[in-house]
Each structure stands twice: as structure tokens, then as C-alpha cells.
Design a protein around this ligand. Sequence first.
Ligand SMILES: [Zn+2]
Length: 310
Amino acid sequence: MTSPELTGCAPLDHLALARGTVDRVTRRRTDKDWIDTAWKDPRTRVLVVHDGHALVHDQQELVFVAPQEAPAGTRFLLGEDTDGTVYFGVSAPLGPATGSIRATSLREVGALLSDRDAGLLTHAVALANWHDTHLRCPLDGTPTVPDAAGHSAVCPTDGSEHFPRTDPAVIMLVTDPQDRCLLARNAAWPGRRVSILAGFVDPGESAEQAVIREVAEETQIKVTNVRYVGSQPWPMPRSLMLGFRAEAPAGQAIAVDREEIAEAYWFSRDELLAAIKAREIALPPPVSIARQIIEQWYGGPLPSTWSDRR
Ligand SMILES: [Zn+2]
């Protein structure tokens, strides 16, 4: 097991939803001729997404269609691969699930897909979620028109331009002077599931301030030495999870609010492993940044639990 001094600040490098390999070719988003040519090319691949789901073959490979076979719906450019293949997303009802192909959510399959497919599905779900919930201009209520190959929307009445929304959230592993980790059970979660603390960044607040505030609000623990460890998109529906470590100086008692957090405890590495094996607790699935931060602190993989299949 690696010492905590060595693992504490190491960047996270196994984040399931931060693995894209396809060039987003942002300069092409306003190049109408290039977009039209790419859409007419039968080699172009289209990923249809609906309500956070896509068709997935054998739980590990995205199912694409040619542009001519794509259903009508909001279209967006996802990018271009090194071999020249262009990828689009379309937000529309999915085609039929047959044989080994079934509609699967990003949460279910994000850790099982290849780097390329994980990046494409994360990008497509994030854009589709935005288009599906931002249909009108916030200034005058006029239905907006997608622009920039689906990466913005314009109001035809006042010309205002609107961009995809991402909500920053912090998620943090807090340790005490014995290097025990603070895990909590959210009151809304089923069964034995526990995780590290998390919360949205408030307007006008830094991510580090949000870490300190959220930990104090949820457990009455005051933390110091807040350190960033990595991030991954979590478009369910539109978060960017910013991962942190923080330290709780000695002499503090946990006091949970009992509304958002039902209970919270300190776990040593041995206590955590024993509690998982005894099925007293269940950790979040590998697709989550929470799981990766916990395993970074632990010093290696932890046993999978029933929650992995949720
Ligand atoms: Zn408007």
C-alpha cells in the first residue's frame, strides 16, 4: 500500500468520464460547408441519445448510425477522429433494442466503454440534456434556434446567444489526524450506500470555499489544507465534479444535520474494508469520481459491491 504522503496530492488518472479521444474540432462548429459535407459523408457516425441513454452493444460498445439513417432531432457536432471519421450526436428517441443491443445510461456503462466511446457519450448526453431543458430564450421566452453545430442557441427575436450550462460541484475526501476518511450516508440514498461529502458551488464562491462550507454544514467539521485532485463531467443532468482532499484538525466531533446527511463516520482503511466485506456499507460505483478518490486514499481497488450494478 502506498503511503498517504505519496497518494494525497497525486492527480486522479482513472476517471471514467474524463477519457475522450476524439478531437472536438471547435473551429469547425461555425464552418457550415464543412458541417454539410461531413453530414453527407456515409462514413460519418451518428450517436442517438435520449434521456441520458444510448444504444449499447454487449454493454461495452456504442451503436452508431449513418447520417441517412439518423432520426430527426437536435443535431450537434461531437468531433473528428484521427482517421477522419466525423461524429455527430442527435437528441431523439432511440431505435429498437434487439439481441445484444439495449438502451443503456451513461451511469451504467460509462466505466465499461472504450476511451473514445466514453468521451463521445459523455459529450452527447451533456449537450442533449441542455437542449432538452433550455428551449426558450430566458429574456423574452422566444423558442431558440440551435447554432454553432449544436453548441449554442440563438434567440431569433433579440439575437441573444446562449451556451450550454454546466453546474460546478465539489466532492471531497476529508481525513482526520489518524488518516481516517469521513464517509456519510445521504438521507435520500437507498440502503447501505455511503460516500464522501459533496455539494454545489454557490454563486460568487470559489471551489475551495465551497469545500469548507459544505463539510461544515453537513457534519460541523472544520477543514484545512484543501487540495484539488481532479475533475470529471457528470452530465446527470449537468454537473462538473471537482474533486478535493481536505484535512480535519483534531478535537472535532461529527454532528450531522439529519436532513441531507443521515449519518457520518470516520473509517480507517481496515475498518472500511471490513465494513464492505460484511456488507454493512456499499460504495459508489467505479464510474463516479467519489469511488476513485476513495480508492486513491485507500491505496488500491476496493471490492465491488451490489451498488456497482445499480
Ligand atoms: Zn430573446
